[in-house]
Each structure stands twice: as structure tokens, then as C-alpha cells.
Design a protein. Sequence first.
Length: 212
Amino acid sequence: MFTGLIEAVGSLRAMSRHAGGATLMVGCPPWSPELVAGESIAVQGACLTVVDFEATQFRADVLDETLRRTNLGQKQPGQCLNLERALRFGDRLGGHLVSGHVDTVGSLASIRMDGRDRVLNIRSDRETLLGIVRKGSVALDGISLTVSAVTDEAFDVCIIPWTWEHTSLHERRPGDPINIETDLIGKYIQRHLTAQPSGGLSEATLAAAGFY
């Protein structure tokens, strides 16, 4: 489990494809405490397992399924990667609960300035957009962000200068693929409501779900 607060920006040093997936060599700053083999780490929002670790790099295996569902397979050596170690009990939860299981890859449709901030418009499929609500949380490339607007085809997030400069977002250009993970709690609510008899959302269904 993660929080969507990026701890470091690493870089892809090498990717070797093989039957069933690929192996990534990721450059990173020194960690304290050090990474250990077997621990989980989010890379661009995808939960991977550290296979081995040296002072400034680690190796992780990626399954074909992960390559299909994320933008990791499209990364080139030298490109930035958002990194976050797994949440520990007692840590502050500054973002929101992020599982590290990317739902889909959206497309960065546009970037526009709003004062000092940037507004990113992300296009995605209808099923994913059903799990995104205005003022709700979403993880983009592993970054916990607040949704500022939603339409039938896309949604907006606002990026403050610090987040832009201290994550891989500063490399993004319109047309680039973006990993999307919708809010975990929202998924459970959506699943619960869709499992109810037809009739739509009502005070009764909300009460049954514990909202009253």
C-alpha cells in the first residue's frame, strides 16, 4: 500500500525484455534505510518487487500483464520514474490510499497554465471515468492528485509548481500515456452499489452502505 506522495525521482537505466515480461534497472538516490530484496516499491504508480539493490540502483521484474496495463513498457533509458516505498504502519497518510495496481493508461490531452499552476486534461475510457469524481482523489503515474473537473471523456487535475518540478510530470507532453489508478475506497463503494438490485442510487442504498 502507498500514499501517492513521491519520495524520489529515479531514472530508467536499462530494460531487458524476456518471455513473460521484462527486467528494469532503475537508478535512484541513496535510501535510508536502504532498500532490501523482496520489498515493494511503486514505480510510476505500479507496485513492483525489488529483486536486488545496490547503492544507487535496483532491479525489478515486470510481468507482461503489468506492461500491458501501464506505461512502463514505453519508457526509454534516461527517462524519469516516480518512486515511492510501501507505506508502514504509523506513517503519515498525506495523500490517499494507493494500491499500486494501475487500472488503465490514459492519454495526456493538454496542459494549460492557470497562474503558476498547470491544469492537465487526461482522457480515458468510460469505465475508468465512472470511478472518478470532482474533488475526489486519483493517482497519476503514482502521484496522489485531486480531480478538479470531470466530463464524459476526460478529467482535469491541477499541478502546483513543486509537484511539477519534483516528479516525472515535468517530462510530460500532450499525447503521452499516463498511468491511472482510481480511488480504492471509491471502487468498493461502486462495487457495492452495482451489486444492489436495479433502481439506481437512493437514500435507501446510501443508508444500506453506511452513509447515514
